[in-house]
Design a protein around this ligand. Structure first.
Ligand SMILES: O=c1ccn([C@@H]2O[C@H](COP(=O)(O)O)[C@@H](O)[C@H]2O)c(=O)[nH]1
Length: 297
């Protein structure tokens, strides 16, 4: 969105109307650049294999290289906050510069930070990640509903106010998640389904899709959950290093495939530090997902 009220360019040749929400911007970006989010996860082992030191200098070089290779070429880029936080305030300063480098590049920035707290504290987190005045403001943020979906309202409100978004954990890619997320609530629905249904209500009637999405791992197998009414994006991590495969997407997401934003980190990042090799790895990931999604789209 521009202050002058003009259309915003989300990628070369692709514009969305001024004031468009995150869902509309992500839809335009996915339609134009393909269904792919690449994570920036500077693991110590990746820094080493790139020939970088496991310190702030290495972190900075790694993140800048990924940004230079992929900004504007993939629908979304997802910095994993943990790998920046491990270096304290200097790591956070690098995260701020990564966000500055990427925002407005045509690739939307999803900050993977999985925040969630009582509502009054959640409001402060929302100020940190979803207020344009903050140096950590991203296009969208990941949030955890463990304190109840209602406690996430400050994120939803702030996102809508600023044309930004939030992804709520529903069925995570790690095997431990199922014990909590698939537990059955008093009304017979799983915990994950109650979250999905709350979000469906928030997104109802928004075109082309709403600003609040869910995280559902590509590793979870056929979800057994109703995602078709979500009307919001589904961030699907777990591809590559965690064993998820593009060919699995159809079985996992069924009739909600069109909403899926597949996310890859280590598998793509391990192609670096050569920028052409990183781009080629991202293109392979995108093309494999696009073919899997096109089967039923
Ligand atoms: O359910 C979830 C939610 C988030 N993640 C995050 O995505 C990346 C995955 O990295 P890979 O290297 O592709 O395994 C990482 O930042 C996780 O924290 C997830 O994996 N599963």
């Amino acid at each position: 969105m521009t202050e002058s009220g003009q259309a915003t360019q989300v990628s070369p040749g692709e514009t969305v109307p001024a004031g468009a929400g995150f869902g509309a911007r992500l839809r335009a970006s996915m339609d134009s650049l393909g269904p792919l989010c690449v994570g920036i996860d500077p693991h110590p082992s990746l820094l080493a294999s790139w020939g970088l030191s496991d310190d702030v200098k290495g972190l900075e070089a790694f993140s800048r290289t990924v940004g230079e290779a992929l900004a504007g070429r993939v629908a979304a880029i997802k910095p994993q906050s943990a790998f920046f936080e491990r270096f304290g305030s200097r790591g956070i300063a690098v995260l701020e510069s990564v966000i500055r480098q990427l925002r407005g590049s045509g690739s939307l920035v999803i900050l993977d930070v999985k925040r969630g707290d009582i509502g009054s504290t959640a409001a402060a987190y929302a100020d940190a990640y979803l207020d344009p005045a903050s140096p950590l403001c991203a296009d969208a943020v990941t949030v955890s509903p463990y304190l109840g979906f209602g406690a996430l309202r400050p994120f939803v409100g702030k996102a809508r106010e600023n044309g930004l978004g939030a992804f709520v954990l529903a069925l995570t890619s790690n095997p431990e998640g199922a014990a909590v997320q698939r537990a059955v609530a008093a009304d017979g629905r799983t915990v994950a389904q109650t979250i999905i249904d709350e979000i469906s209500q928030v997104n109802a009637g928004v075109s082309p899709m709403g600003d609040v999405g869910v995280v559902v791992g590509a590793t979870v197998g056929p979800t057994g959950h109703r995602l078709i009414d979500l009307n919001g994006p589904i961030l699907a991590p777990g591809l590559g290093a965690q064993g998820g495969k593009a060919e699995d997407l159809r079985a996992v997401f069924g009739n909600a495939l069109d909403l899926v934003l597949p996310s890859w980190s280590r598998e793509v990042l391990s192609a670096g530090p050569d920028q052409a090799a990183l781009r080629a790895a991202a293109e392979r990931a995108r093309d494999s997902c696009a073919s899997a999604i096109a089967v039923t789209a």
